[in-house]
Design a protein around this ligand. Structure first.
Ligand SMILES: [Zn+2]
Length: 203
């Protein structure tokens, strides 16, 4: 007799691969959902809605509504923002953190990850070529690197610097003083706005 029924085993495997959820947390989540079948139905509906209605912004990599064709996010659609300044972030959560700080009114470029030799993630996997193309095509005058202070975040910054060299664009980085290893989305709004205002030229 199999202890875990087959359909549940499949769900556990999928949940266990999510960030922050190991096998034991996956088990806890799944069992709690099964005890409240109405919750399972609600979750199913939300997941289907997200899949149907949301897409990745074709320009910056932020989340966008699917009904725009091609998908364009709120930031990219807002013509009052300064599109000559691009802030490069690792993920959408970082973009949200910067927007909450309320001090930035330029555009974003969401990499969707950082380069990591250990995990086999190369520059082409994280939308760096798209960034270079935007800098060339969109009249960008400043690129702000707002990447985490982790080794991978810093490596990614160096690669971007190399790729943008010779394109005549100013490259700045969030002010030093960020806690070592800090992720942008974990910084409070005050720290983040200070880091942004005190950004330093790196190229
Ligand atoms: Zn966008």
């Amino acid at each position: 007799m199999a202890l875990v029924p087959l359909p549940l085993e499949k769900l556990l495997r999928q949940l266990g691969r999510l960030p922050g959820l190991g096998p034991r947390s996956a088990q806890r989540v799944a069992l709690s959902l099964l005890q409240r079948p109405e919750k399972l139905g609600e979750l199913q509906k939300s997941l289907a809605e997200v899949a149907a209605q949301l897409a990745i912004c074709g320009r910056c990599g932020n989340l966008a509504f699917n009904h725009n064709a091609p998908p364009l996010c709120e930031v990219c659609s807002d013509t009052s923002r300064d599109s000559s300044v691009l802030c490069v972030v690792e993920g959408v959560a970082d973009l949200w953190a910067l927007e909450r700080s309320g001090v930035f009114d330029g555009g974003y470029h969401v990499l969707g990850g950082v380069v990591s030799a250990l995990s086999g993630v190369g520059p082409e996997d994280v939308r760096i070529p798209q960034l270079v193309r935007r800098v060339k095509d969109e009249g960008v005058s400043e690129v702000i690197l707002a990447l985490g202070a982790s080794v991978d975040g810093q490596t990614t910054g160096h690669i971007i610097l190399e790729r943008l060299a010779g394109l005549g664009v100013n490259v700045t980085s969030l002010a030093k003083g960020m806690p070592v290893g800090a992720a942008v989305d974990y910084m409070d709004e005050g720290t983040l706005s200070l880091a942004l205002q005190g950004r330093q030229k790196v190229a």
